[in-house]
Ligand binder design. Structure first.
Ligand SMILES: NC(=O)c1ccc[n+]([C@@H]2O[C@H](COP(=O)([O-])OP(=O)(O)OC[C@H]3O[C@@H](n4cnc5c(N)ncnc54)[C@H](O)[C@@H]3O)[C@@H](O)[C@H]2O)c1
Length: 254
């Protein structure tokens, strides 16, 4: 716990579960006031209750009108933003030969188009942020934006491609946003214990295979991801933009 985000306004998508929840809790414990955005309003209410430092925003990041309505509420409540974390994401498994157009579109809509729509609505608020501090966007990509772990065991070319698109969105926007004092970075998690990976990690053979390939010898926790995000969101990273922080226990060394 620190007070390095004291007085800052942050927004996190997919804040009701897994990595997003841990990121939200970390930014709050570092002093930020938070807009917690999620598709699932009941889950948001269950996690954040009636905390006065959390604005609960039910929105679908893949739906332009829903994102606009959500950011109207955030703008009315905060007037500016200092940190945006694009975390909401979905995973689907299916072999390439049988992959439907609908499923491809669904994965891209949430994982790639969602961060575009959310960042675009957040952008004027980030520009209006506290000029004494750096402002930043952190995108949650994946090691699967860089390498392909799973295509033999549980194929997911659409997930890999959608995270690759988010990686390049991160790098391109970092260039465009830099003159406005806005930094744009990514955190690439390896396997993290969340509802997203619960099914895979419940299988001993998957868990053992994973541990053999992970130099640090354990599965990741959502708090590991949150700590990386909090660093990139803070002034300690004031000269860091367009980069990716791998939070993967060393998986991508090999
Ligand atoms: N868990 C892992 O091992 C892992 C590894 C690498 C990357 N990631 C990435 O981390 C992010 C979060 O994953 P997680 O494991 O915490 O997943 P999760 O399923 O536990 O949580 C995802 C949250 O996002 C919300 N959400 C889903 N679609 C949404 C939408 N259209 N609009 C708004 N909210 C939506 C869900 O309601 C849920 O609360 C994802 O982007 C994922 O790709 C996870």
């Amino acid at each position: 716990m620190s007070n390095r985000l004291e007085g800052r306004f942050a927004a996190v998508t997919g804040a009701a579960s897994g990595n997003g929840r841990a990121i939200a809790e970390k930014l709050l414990s570092d002093g930020a006031t938070l807009a917690a955005i999620d598709l699932n309003a009941d889950a948001l209410a269950g996690v954040f209750g009636d905390r006065p430092d959390v604005l609960q925003v039910q929105a679908d990041v893949a739906d332009e009108e829903s994102v606009k309505a959500g950011f109207t509420r955030i703008s009315d409540a905060f007037g500016r933003l200092d940190v945006l974390v694009n975390n909401a994401g979905i995973v689907k498994f299916g072999s390439f030969e049988n992959l439907s157009r609908a499923e491809w579109d669904q994965v891209f809509a949430v994982n790639s188009t969602g961060p575009f729509l959310v960042s675009r609505e957040a952008y004027p608020l980030l520009k209006a942020g506290d000029g004494d501090h750096t402002r930043s966007i952190v995108n949650i990509t994946s090691v699967e934006a860089h390498i392909v772990i799973s295509s033999s065991g549980h194929p997911q070319v659409h997930y890999n491609a959608s995270k690759g698109a988010l990686l390049q969105l991160t790098r391109a926007l970092a260039v465009e946003a830099a003159p406005s004092g806005i930094r744009v970075n990514a955190v690439a998690p390896g396997f993290i214990e969340t509802p997203f990976t619960a099914e895979a990690l419940a299988k001993d053979e998957v868990r053992n295979w994973l541990l053999e390939r992970t130099p640090l010898g354990r599965v990741g926790k959502p708090e590991d991801v949150a700590n990386g995000v909090a660093f990139l969101a803070s002034d300690e990273a004031s000269w860091v933009t367009g980069t990716t922080l791998f939070v993967d226990g060393g998986w991508t060394i090999y």
